[in-house]
Design a protein around this ligand. Sequence first.
Ligand SMILES: Nc1ncnc2c1ncn2[C@@H]1O[C@H](COP(=O)(O)OP(=O)(O)OP(=O)(O)O)[C@@H](O)[C@H]1O
Ligand SMILES: [Mg+2]
Length: 464
Amino acid sequence: MRRPLSLTLRLTLFFGIAAAIVFSGFGWIIERSIEEHFQAEDTAELKIITQAVQQALSTLRATDEIAPLERRFDDILAGHHGASLYIAAHDGQTIYASSGPDLSTIASTAIAGNAGGSTREWRDGDSHYRVLIQRMDEDAAAHSPPYTVAVAVAIEHHLHFLDEFRRTLWLMIASGVAVISLMGWIAVRQGHAPLRRIVAKIRQTSANELNARLSPETVPRELTDLAVSFNEMLDRMEEAFVRLSNFSADIAHELRTPVTNLMTQTQVSLSQPRSLDEYREILYSSIEEYERIAQMIGDMLFLAKADNGLSKTSITEVDLAGEVQALFDYYEAWAEECGVSLALEGAATVAGDRLMLRRALSNLLSNAIRHTPPGQFVQVRFDSSDKEAIIISVENPGATISTEHIPRLFDRFYRVDPSRQRSGDGAGLGLAIVKSIIDAHGGMIEVTSAEGHTRFRITLPRLQ
Ligand SMILES: Nc1ncnc2c1ncn2[C@@H]1O[C@H](COP(=O)(O)OP(=O)(O)OP(=O)(O)O)[C@@H](O)[C@H]1O
Ligand SMILES: [Mg+2]
């Protein structure tokens, strides 16, 4: 794809073109109105002369009696700058022609073309004139014969003025366009300054300096959204970064304990010769640590997989009640041993990854069983009354989780009791896995714990 024009060039061009259009429009209007004004002035002058001439002619009885009127014509013309007069009889014969340009040809073309009454521009060599040709019909009452009267006034000075004016006007327009374009260019450059500052700030931001933030109040309003989004992106990145660094630290920490145990145990056992039975004993006790390590590695692999989201091929219709029933069978012996009973209410099917959903339910269930006091029961409930989503809740009685732990419960390696006193307590990845799985399915999970009752509530959308 071609790179779009630079914003500065685009806006400068836009300003330039807009200014050119507006100024040219105004220029054209001004020019036209001056031209029209001159034309009206000339026409009015021509009409005055023509009327005076007509009046004089109306007293004429025959064309050959023109001599006495000539003085009058001279007087009429004398009052007007650069005016000339030509009078022809109806047969084209010249009756009177004042000094100045020869109007006979134009008058005769007008006679032939039957034109009359309107003015027109006329060029005679280098000189320009405005001419009015008027046909006067025979006036029977006054016994005057028909004539053609042509009156011309020089318009050289008007045209000259117009030329000068036009030149100045277009020069002004051109410089106006140039100035406006330049101003547009400066304004755009200036306007982009905050953007350049933001870019500089972004450039400074590195992985070690994720705490840098833009202050949205100090950027122009149009860029507030950009600054806010940028800050939010940094928040998310910082959070993910912190979580990632903590995660590595936690992994190292969690693996160190069993590995140290194994090492110490091995060193102690090797410190002196032992019987075969003793060695067997030692190997057996090592198995527990190995299992713990294997479990943690398995959990972490699972988390990584769930974090990558669902693969399309693994999505099927999952009968959740069926899965819970299978898990009840699996945990039956352990639950019985703890004196805990298991109850299921409702049914639901959802589109998702069967193994993952099973893992999530299994983690919740094992937690619930572990925390339920003997003689009480764990309740799994499905609510599929909503069209869009189904709700799964896993509830158990037992010690209330205090509120300071609630927001961190789904964090990786987070345990309410970090000393791991309770037998069977794991690494604290169980709920993190549940959350990853539910997130991958586009759902959400929340937990409430009050008055000796803990409830995990999952909302899953029906369609993926
Ligand atoms: N149903 C529950 N009732 C009371 N506390 C719970 C319940 N479920 C979880 N918790 C608390 O939340 C903490 C985190 O649970 P999570 O399942 O993540 O870790 P875990 O069970 O200790 O280890 P893992 O599941 O990795 O074996 C646990 O330490 C436990 O104290
Ligand atoms: Mg657990």
